[in-house]
Design a protein around this ligand. Structure first.
Ligand code: HEM
Ligand SMILES: *[C@@H]1O[C@H](CO)[C@@H](O)[C@H](O)[C@H]1NC(C)=O
Ligand SMILES: *[C@@H]1O[C@H](CO)[C@@H](O)[C@H](O)[C@H]1NC(C)=O
Ligand SMILES: *[C@@H]1O[C@H](CO)[C@@H](O)[C@H](O)[C@H]1NC(C)=O
Ligand SMILES: *[C@@H]1O[C@H](CO)[C@@H](O)[C@H](O)[C@H]1NC(C)=O
Ligand SMILES: *[C@@H]1O[C@H](CO)[C@@H](O)[C@H](O)[C@H]1NC(C)=O
Length: 317
């Protein structure tokens, strides 16, 4: 039953892909030029997740932050240099985005198998998918053929990635600016079923928000003081922080969302019903998450002869 369901979801995704204008992306893009690519990503991700479960979350977030700034073009992966300031040091990423070493490991192995063929942007797309899979989440077909950017914009990373203090109106419009609707946004936010957040991102919520379960607020205050401990970590999903399931939505219904932005999805607003549905039906969440991940992965890719295939994900060729 589950596999039949998966079959139809896959069909839906493939037919959605066919309907896109950027039809250059294809699941079979490297089938002849680098057939081992998906297996290499999978094996490195498997090792990485078994070493540290959180890495699946960290890589998923890298993909989100890459796609939201100038499209899924590997721009986030570029290191700052003396004359180049990129996205890595933008506020949402600085001392926060992590997992770049895993992308480097994948790149090294992929270059050894088929040099100058596979983009860093595509590595990120597959790695994010596999990380979710290894943490018990859904899987989906990833269309490939993205190329890597030669530039990045710190300003755009600062202004186009949603902040954790945002209200629902702002969240909806920031996703809409990327071609993602409120349903996509609600499903994608379920990524917060895994991973950790730093105290400074939820301090105001646990001390000042009113739509929060009081015992949850007290619990979180224990490791996130009014002052100090800015980088102390707490799980985004207090129930199963290393499992990609629908507990995130259960938490929201119980007013136990960690970030202000999380709880905005369930705050007597238009998305309450959808949050409730996902909280009761993990298949509904998985199906919508998979479709939305494919949509996010299709934000403005560089294709054809645009961009380049970077040799090292951290520097332009
Ligand atoms: C809806 C708007 C969103 C906001 C405001 C937001 C904000 C945040 C913040 C503040 C953190 C903690 C960062 C830190 O403390 O260092 C975080 C972590 C995370 N975010 Fe989001 N996020 C959003 C949407 C998404 C989406 C769409 C995805 C992926 C599809 C995602 C995936 C993650 C993951 C997996 C983590 C944990 C990372 C780790 O443990 O290394 N987020 N997010
Ligand atoms: C950046 O500066 C270095 C010297 O500091 C120079 O070699 C390099 O060509 C410059 N790169 C770009 C892209 O301007
Ligand atoms: C790829 O590898 C081949 C043989 O190992 C080498 O001759 C070639 O220069 C490499 N191409 C690039 C772009 O690095
Ligand atoms: C949401 O936040 C934006 C930006 O901070 C603000 O302009 C707007 O008034 C807020 N909307 C609501 C409904 O609170
Ligand atoms: C809570 O709100 C008050 C009044 O706006 C503010 O002074 C205080 O700094 C806030 N506390 C936290 C922890 O954000
Ligand atoms: C929290 O901060 C207050 C005031 O800065 C301080 O008195 C208290 O000891 C701190 N608590 C912890 C657990 O660090």
């Amino acid at each position: 039953m589950a596999s039949l369901k998966h079959f139809f979801v896959t069909l839906a995704i493939i037919s959605y892909l066919g309907s896109l204008s950027n039809a250059q992306l294809s699941p079979f893009f490297y089938a002849r030029t680098c057939p081992k690519f998906p297996l290499i990503v999978r094996s490195v991700m498997k090792e990485a997740v078994s070493r540290e479960l959180r890495i699946g979350a960290s890589i998923l977030r890298l993909f989100f932050h890459d796609c939201f700034v100038h499209g899924c073009d590997g721009s986030l992966l570029l290191d700052d240099t003396a004359n180049f300031t990129g996205e890595k040091s933008a506020l949402p990423n600085l001392n926060s985005a992590r997992g770049f070493d895993v992308i480097d490991t994948i790149k090294t192995r992929v270059e050894a198998a088929c040099n100058a063929t596979v983009s860093c942007a595509d590595i990120l797309a597959l790695a994010a998918r596999d990380g979710v899979d290894f943490l018990g989440g859904p899987s989906w077909t990833v269309a490939l053929g993205r190329r890597d950017a030669r530039t990045a914009s710190q300003n755009d990373a600062n202004s186009q990635l949603p902040p954790p203090f945002a209200n629902l109106t702002t969240l909806i419009s920031m996703f809409a600016a990327k071609g993602l609707n409120a349903r996509d946004m609600t499903a994608l936010s379920g990524a917060h079923t895994i991973g950790l957040a730093q105290c400074f991102t939820f301090r105001e919520r646990i001390y000042n928000d009113t739509n929060i379960d009081p015992s949850f607020a007290i619990m979180r205050r224990a490791t996130c003081n009014v002052t100090g401990g800015d980088s102390n970590l707490a799980p985004l999903d207090l129930q199963t922080p290393n499992r990609f399931d629908n507990k995130y939505y259960e938490n929201l219904v119980a007013r136990r969302g960690l970030l202000h932005s999380d709880q905005e999805l369930f705050n007597n607003g238009p998305l309450d019903a959808l949050v409730r549905t996902y909280s009761l039906n993990d298949e509904a969440f998985y199906d919508d998450f998979s479709v939305a991940m494919v949509k996010m992965g299709n934000i403005s890719p560089l294709t054809g002869t645009n961009g380049e295939i970077r040799k090292n994900c951290r520097v332009v060729n």
